[in-house]
Write a protein that binds this ligand. Sequence first.
Ligand code: EPU
Length: 420
Amino acid sequence: MEKLKITGSRVLSGSVITSGAKNAALPILAATILTEGRTRLFNVPGVVDMITMRKILQNLGVEAKEVEGRRDAVEINIDSLTSLEAPYDLVRKMRASVSVLGPMLAKYGRARVSMPGGCAIGERPIDMHLAAFSKMGAKIEMNHGYVEASAKRLRGAEVCLDYPTVGGTENTICAAVLADGVTVIDNAAREPEIADLAAFLNKAGAKIEGAGTSRIEIEGVASLSGVDYTIMPDRIEAGTYAIVGALCGGEVVVQNCNPGHLTVLLEKLAEAGCYVSATDNSITVRGCKRPRPVNIATHPYPGFPTDLQAQWMALMAFTEGTSIVREAVFERRFMHVPELRRMGAEIRVDGDTAAVTGVERLVGAPVMATDIRASASLFLAGLAAKNTTIISRIYHLRRGYERIEEKLKGLGAAVETVDD
Ligand code: EPU
């Protein structure tokens, strides 16, 4: 099995280009089910999760192929769809597969999707997605591990989410765009990826207002047409590289990103003592010798993103003092902690809170990745640590970071893939 070998303690500098956002591209690819004819998506990240979503569409009979000569572009032709089922074998690989449920139900009146199980970072139920569909008139049944949803035509409804779930907001928007009447989603997630999904759907003919705020109004329309659409930049990838600058800079310039999506992270980096500056589409970060300890608590957007918590902890492992990291979105998102400890980090966990006491040096060790962001955290720790770090199970990293070794080598990192 492929592993990553990192020789740490190098000063990294230069520029790195951000890819398209995985967490926008996934629901948008699923939402193409709502359209008619051909759609082309650009700035699609070359990550394994996108391949899985393409397989889900292909399994429905949909044509989903790379645009010739453009490895960041996908062309989808929905008219060849023949099936309305997302099978267990694909859904178990990626929970975001559940985002085909709303689009299939809205357009074809039924859908059968394997129920996603728990995952490394938490239970992650989909009760709020299903409650919203029920409110819109769908019949929901559980059968042999599958969710079976049906409705002749969904009708607009008032949906108040118990929690601003990202996937639940996206699935409800998709269900509502072809429904009969107006749907209002209150306590909606405000993540930029929601606004990107809505921008795509509006370009295709939907009538969605308020995406990016906690109240979204959707007036159902009869049909959506195929369009060309460019996916937003990946704020979590950009944030990960900004933290690389803080840990190992030198001066790292993260290009093709939207700094406005990372306000809290940039404030926290400055608080830690790093030099941070931003233009409309780039971020420059220079590290300092030892960062200052800075507390964070993860929250839905615009709070500190849970998807950057593990990477932030790698930075805090090097501070002069103790910082508190609280994970308030997922219940098990500290899987990187025992691995960071194997490299010499001093971290105590109590429930949803970790106290990180910085040390002068971490020392490379064999470590194991458990999810996408935990892998990134270990990668970052390895870049800053003394000696060599070997990370196994890097298929997690491949799910969410496009060409990460190549990008970091461009900054001067010593990293290579090795086989068992
Ligand atoms: N939740 C429920 N019931 C639901 C839905 C969610 O209890 O019906 C709970 C979850 O268990 C969790 C919390 O609500 O504790 C937040 O979950 P949310 O639905 O917001 O997350 P998601 O849609 O499953 C997306 C991203 C995650 C990211 C979270 C939070 C995609 C494909 N995934 O997941 O990204 O961490 O939002 O921002 O968009 C990653 O990229 O590594 C990743 C895990």
